[in-house]
Design a protein around this ligand. Structure first.
Ligand code: NAP
Length: 541
């Protein structure tokens, strides 16, 4: 039965649509249906990427069964052509043919690219929008410039939704996208976001700027666009369904920040304490770009990480004593006056886990490293009355830090001859691999080893210390404690430390399992390649 455009518009009114549309992919009908079946219970709004199917039209009868079995789901059909960033190799007419058949199959919405719409006759387009809800879309895979130009062209074609997707080449592009959505969403049903790693701001906050919904990947590895977050991240970490105008925005800013576990930890803390706030990962390639976003979004608070901990100090209206002492800031609050106030919680991150185990006055502590975190350790522990020794790959830096913090420099060759209460690793050695260690076994004459590296959770240093019967403090404790202080500074509430530690531990375990599976896959690949003679491999290709 055919329905008029107005009937469809009524069926898909924005308030009936969930905010999250999950993209489903598969190479044949059975696999796409299988994926959809596993997703539909938690995700009532799905996009079937028909262009990923080798034979989209032939697959439709099987998809029809799925649609009939799940009348509760809203399902969108997309058959994006390769020229527009999809996988469908046919012409615009062929794309239209697939979408018309998808409409007859029972899909409630279809997505048609502006370029395809322009290549079609207007009555062909009318035929499509008479049968099904139409999303007219435009993708820019290069930048976020001149969004009005394609939008003016799009507005000439009647559609239920206008979708503009651009690429963020910096953080401020998200602001450009959100301003664009704010300007146009009162007149049109809009969907808008920026692709790319830097586009996460618009993927989460776009819905409050006027985007009716946003897109998520089913799982990691099933992304259908660059920078697409998973449905689970958007729903559970960023709480996309509850983001509103009152939601305070926070984030971790640095370069790189892709691997940061701060969003998982801080969003869990906000959820636990029912704070209406969202915490994003902000890949800032320059401080200027970051500061422009802080002003325009506006962002209420920031965790600052490398390489901006020192540079940000210049931008602060005022800062706490640890920031002034260390000369580095890892926590920013944007006051109601719009000015930035700085704090250093790294110091607490090192001192608190140690104070939970010992009285620091009079203890002998060796700090390995003389960078930013070693500075926080040296000044913080000295202030607590510890006798602090610094050693470092570049001795001059250790000597300079020892002078400034009124602690002691120790040559690396002397370390094995001394004994300590605590040895702290404040270098990146051991990060991301289980083989390297900043000290050798014979140098570990200590009661405690505190490894500030927290990825992996079990570094070689930690393993070596355990094997020697030395008590260990994992870097995760510093991570959680510095984050807990940030939470308290931003919200004035006690931080849910146990919850924060739990989610970070789980995230690290998940990551380690994913890496192990990845390692097994590549080993299996190597084994297969070995088993197949070189000549046969060549022939297969
Ligand atoms: P940083 O300012 O870059 O300082 C790095 C220090 O490590 C420098 O003293 C450097 O020696 C030394 N170093 C680097 N590579 C080395 C190598 N291959 N062998 C020996 N020494 C080496 O970094 P940072 O901000 O202080 O951070 C240091 C580490 O602390 C990070 O990598 C991270 O793993 C950890 N961290 C943990 C947390 C947490 O919450 N747990 C928070 C922040 C940082 P030179 O002076 O000779 O270059």
């Amino acid at each position: 039965m055919r329905a008029s455009a107005s009937t469809y518009a009524a069926r898909i009114r924005r308030f009936r649509l969930p905010r999250l549309c999950v993209a489903v992919i598969g190479s044949d009908a059975s696999s796409i249906v299988e994926r959809a079946e596993s997703l539909v219970r938690d995700n009532p709004f799905l996009e079937f990427r028909l262009d990923y199917l080798s034979q989209p039209v032939a697959a439709l009868p099987k998809l029809k069964n799925f649609l009939e079995m799940h009348p509760e789901a809203t399902v969108l059909a997309t058959c994006r052509r390769a020229v527009n960033g999809g996988r469908f190799r046919g012409s615009a007419e062929a794309e239209l043919g697939v979408l018309l058949k998808a409409a007859d199959t029972g899909f409630q919405l279809v997505d048609l690219e502006l370029q395809s719409a322009k290549a079609l006759k207007s009555d062909a387009l009318q035929k499509l929008s008479d049968r099904v809800g139409l999303i007219l879309s435009y993708h820019n895979f290069r930048n976020t410039k001149k969004l009005e130009e394609p939008f003016d062209e799009m507005s000439e074609c009647p559609a239920d939704f206008y979708k503009i997707v651009s690429t963020a080449t910096n953080l401020y592009d998200n602001v450009v996208m959100m301003k664009f959505l704010e300007e146009n969403s009162a007149k049109h049903e809009m969907v808008g976001l920026c692709m790319g790693e830097q586009g996460i701001i618009s993927r989460v906050l776009g819905v409050r700027a006027g985007s009716v919904f946003t897109f998520g990947a089913a799982t990691r590895g099933e992304e259908t666009a660059p920078g697409q977050a998973t449905a689970m991240e958007l729903r559970d970490t960023y709480r996309i369904e509850t983001v509103d105008a009152a939601t305070q925005v926070y984030g971790v800013a640095g370069d790189p920040v892709e691997q940061s576990l701060s969003p998982v930890m801080m969003n869990a803390a906000f959820r636990r304490e029912t704070v209406n706030a969202v915490y994003l990962s902000l890949h800032a390639k320059s401080l200027k770009d970051l500061l422009a976003c802080v002003r325009d979004i506006p962002i209420r608070g920031l965790s600052i990480t490398m390489p901006y901990k020192q540079e940000i100090v210049e931008e602060l209206e005022n800062s706490d004593p640890p920031t002034r002492l260390v000369g580095a800031c890892n926590t920013v609050v944007r006051g109601v006056d719009g000015k930035l106030y700085g704090f250093n919680t790294d110091m607490a991150g090192i001192v608190v886990p140690l104070e939970q185990r010992m009285h620091l006055a009079g203890t002998r502590i060796l700090v390995v490293g003389a960078g930013g975190v070693a500075r926080a350790a040296a000044f913080g522990l000295k202030a607590k009355g510890a006798e602090v020794f610094i050693t470092n790959r570049t001795p001059e830096k250790a000597q300079s830090l020892a002078r400034q913090s009124k602690t002691k420099y120790i040559k690396r060759s002397e370390v094995a001859k001394q004994s300590f209460d605590v040895i702290i690793n404040a270098t990146p050695v051991g990060m991301g691999n289980g083989k390297q260690t900043p000290l050798e076994e014979k140098e570990l004459n200590t009661k405690y080893v505190f490894d500030l590296v927290y990825v992996p959770a079990e570094t070689r240093l930690i393993k070596m210390a355990r094997a020697k019967g030395i008590q260990v403090i994992p870097g995760l404790e510093m991570f959680v404690q510095q984050g807990a202080r940030q939470f308290e500074i931003w919200t004035g509430k006690p931080a849910p430390v146990a919850e924060m530690a739990y989610v970070v531990t789980k995230a690290l375990e998940r990551r380690a399992a994913e890496e192990a599976a990845e390692g097994r896959r590549s080993l299996a690949g190597k084994a297969t390649r070995k088993a197949v003679p070189k000549k046969a491999r060549k022939e297969r290709r």
